[in-house]
Design a protein around this ligand. Structure first.
Ligand SMILES: Nc1ncnc2c1ncn2[C@@H]1O[C@H](COP(=O)(O)OP(=O)(O)OP(=O)(O)O)[C@@H](O)[C@H]1O
Ligand SMILES: [Mg+2]
Length: 257
């Protein structure tokens, strides 16, 4: 469903994606782990075309999107829901408008039908009757869930979640995990979930890929990753400060050419 080959992206001096390869099968839930600044969010944005890669290939359901003009990209994009790390809600729109605006953009739905779809998407993430609230009136976790509802609203074939459970309380986090699993099972959605939380990773993943220095250094089933002998993977999933990943590196963010 998603086939990424030799993807490169540099910002100024920083090489963020360094020949990255990743493949996500139809209906699969792929979890991506890796340190802060490893390029996880950049990859998700590259898949939806918000960030354009320098070179390489991204094929989505057989369509090459690297270099695809925006007009044609829209046809691909409407099948992809992205839950942004920070929520990325429009401050001047209320919750209902924030969730429903994708419907205006990509479909011609009747107002009543749209209201229903928005309410349904909000109820999926455990929120009811908050359509008229403004983003400034929401807690961090509520914003996250509104952003999730917006991604679900289009009923996309592909869902990309960027840290869906950060900033939410443990009970909501568990509900979000269940939702991810449910979307995958019931609706056969193909998903990529970026998370720092290994509990989430083990719970929702069919497979887990680890990013390091702009590449995927390990990709396998949760069991394979858990028992990996790769020193970087081992250190990361056990959260150890001793190992090949150094503090110095965390200050550097990315990989200087
Ligand atoms: N639009 C941009 N312009 C310049 N640099 C950027 C841009 N977006 C990301 N970067 C840089 O790319 C690198 C990777 O960023 P990214 O947001 O993908 O990290 P991440 O793996 O998602 O980290 P985190 O776990 O903290 O969310 C960072 O060094 C960041 O500063
Ligand atoms: Mg990120």
């Amino acid at each position: 469903m998603i086939e990424i080959k030799s993807l490169y992206k540099t910002f100024d001096q920083v090489q963020v994606l360094n020949g990255l390869n990743l493949s996500v099968k139809d209906g699969e839930t792929k979890v991506i782990i890796g340190r802060s600044g490893a390029g996880k969010s950049v990859l998700l944005k590259a898949i939806v075309g918000i960030i354009r890669p320098d070179s390489g290939s991204i094929r989505i359901n057989g369509v090459e999107v690297v270099g695809l003009p925006d007009i044609q990209y829209d046809a691909v994009r409407k099948n992809i829901g992205l839950v942004f790390q920070g929520g990325a809600l429009f401050d001047s729109l209320n919750v209902g408008e924030n969730v429903g605006f994708v419907l205006d953009e990509f479909s011609r739905m009747k107002a009543s039908e749209k209201r229903e779809r928005v309410a349904h998407a909000l109820s999926l993430v455990g929120l009811k009757k908050i359509e008229n609230m403004m983003p400034s009136q929401l807690s961090g976790g509520m914003k996250k869930r509104v952003s999730l509802a917006r991604a679900l609203c289009m009923e996309p074939k592909i869902l990309l979640y960027d840290e869906p459970t950060s900033e939410v309380d443990p009970i909501t986090a568990d509900a979000v995990d269940n939702l991810i699993v449910e979307m995958s099972r019931k609706l056969k959605v193909t998903s990529i979930v970026v998370t720092h939380d290994m509990n989430v990773a083990y719970k929702v993943a069919d497979s887990i890929a680890m990013f390091y220095h702009g590449q995927v250094i390990a990709d396998g089933t949760p069991q394979e990753i858990r028992s990996s002998r790769h020193p970087v993977v081992h250190q990361f999933i056990n959260g150890a400060s001793e190992g090949p990943i150094t503090e110095d590196e965390s200050m550097k963010f990315g990989h200087i050419k």
